[in-house]
Ligand binder design. Structure first.
Ligand code: FAD
Length: 373
């Protein structure tokens, strides 16, 4: 097992961020249900608030890793290619391994999406939200944040609170505010049983649809068009409701697109489709991620060509296996085949069980029961 534990969370998400997923959806799955947030609190003595702060979630993830994979090898994979044995894996230090099977769970970092109109601008003038861990460096500066999803809205709130002058610009005509189902008001209004029937603990998708999203095997049986519609309903750009008050003093310009951008000395001039212009110190692109597995630099081009894909997503079958036998891809790239649940921490339950069952022929839970009896 290779990788930097919680590396993406620690390096590419902003200090001060709160997780949008609710409490039940923030647990990393384990077959014995013993590595929960509650177990972490008890073992560490650290209290976790809801929503869970980023730094605490990172600590939870590192604690989880020490329990299940203490011998994790933190070296990077430079190249993964086909080999008569199965796969040839070259590490950045030049060492080589062979393996019959490889599971790729390499995250979304390389998929950060930058709208083409910002290409060519110096990184000091425009950057993607994932390029910043500490937004306090923008204190006292003027910024435009592009986007109306959680990354854009929360980055704008953090920038504003950190002393930057911020304006949000988004194409959408209104901001979709999410009402977490654990919120006391909604829970009280629906009653606990009704809210449990409508919302699965995985917390992906609106009332009712949430239950379908929590069951990728059921979702896969539905016609592709219906799957697409359910997907759009489930993961539209949206902000957590707790951001509303934090953005009260941040100007938000909706229903507007960027027509042109140009650097003016050490600043950037932006022209919108309503003709208005503003000159700011920096543009922060909260424009999300677009999956394209060919952007995983460690995948050799010859191997990428063998992976059957649709719109950049690998087409996976049981066990999240690609069209290349023995090569599995987990996480956000699995969403085309198993639904948007795969993009979230709460998707770890389905993904790990499905993978384990496929490879070993046994259910992860029953293996755990056998192991402990
Ligand atoms: C701003 C933001 C907020 C989010 N908030 C939430 C939330 O509240 N709840 C939620 O469920 N999800 C949230 N997400 C989504 C979250 O990022 C994913 O759920 C989660 O990170 C997916 O985990 P993963 O294991 O697939 O990828 P990652 O956590 O990114 O892990 C990838 C691993 O692969 C390793 N790796 C990559 N390339 C190599 C290589 N060449 N060699 C060796 N190792 C490699 C990395 O070191 C790392 O260990 C958020 C995402 C963003 C951007």
């Amino acid at each position: 097992m290779f990788g930097e534990p919680m590396g993406f969370w620690a390096r590419y998400m902003p200090v001060g961020m709160l997780l949008r997923s609710n409490w039940t959806a923030t647990r990393i799955a384990d077959p014995s249900h013993s590595l929960t947030l509650e177990a972490y609190q008890a073992a560490s003595g650290n209290h976790l608030a809801a929503p869970v702060p980023l730094d605490r979630f990172i600590q939870y993830g590192l604690w989880y890793q020490r329990q299940v994979a203490p011998d994790l090898d933190q070296r990077k994979i430079a190249c993964l290619e086909s080999d008569p044995v199965g796969f040839r894996i070259t590490l950045t230090d030049g060492s080589v391994m062979l393996s019959r099977r490889v599971v790729v769970a390499a995250g979304i970092g390389p998929f950060a999406w930058r709208p083409p109109e910002f290409e060519g601008l110096a990184p000091s003038l425009a950057s993607h939200s994932s390029e910043h861990h500490d937004l306090s460096r923008f204190a006292g500066r003027r910024l435009v944040v592009i986007g109306a999803g959680q990354s854009a809205l929360e980055s704008a709130a953090l920038l504003h609170e950190g002393g930057a002058e911020v304006e949000i610009i988004a194409r959408s005509r209104r901001i979709q505010w999410l009402q977490g189902w654990t919120s006391k008001r909604l829970h009280h209004r629906l009653g606990s049983l009704t809210s449990r029937l409508l919302y699965a603990p995985t917390d992906v998708g609106p009332a009712g649809i949430s239950q379908i999203m929590a069951r990728p095997d059921l979702l896969r049986q539905l016609p592709r068009r219906l799957q697409g519609w359910l997907w759009k309903r489930s993961v539209r750009p949206a902000g957590a409701r707790w951001l509303v008050s934090r953005l009260r003093h941040v100007p938000i310009r909706l229903g507007r697109s960027v027509r042109s951008v140009a650097s003016v000395g050490e600043q950037v001039k932006i022209r919108l489709d309503d003709g208005s212009e503003r000159t700011v110190d920096h543009v922060l692109l909260g424009t999300g991620y677009r999956v394209n597995v060919s952007k995983y630099e460690f995948l050799a081009p010859g191997l990428v060509r063998l992976i059957r894909c649709t719109n950049g997503y690998p087409c996976l079958h049981d066990g999240l296996e690609t069209s290349v036998p023995g090569l599995h891809i987990l996480g956000a790239p699995a969403a085309w085949s198993f639904g948007p649940l795969m993009q979230f921490v709460s998707g770890t339950q389905y993904a790990s069980q499905s993978l384990t069952r496929y490879i070993t022929g046994h259910d992860a839970n029953s293996m755990h029961r056998e192991g402990s009896s």
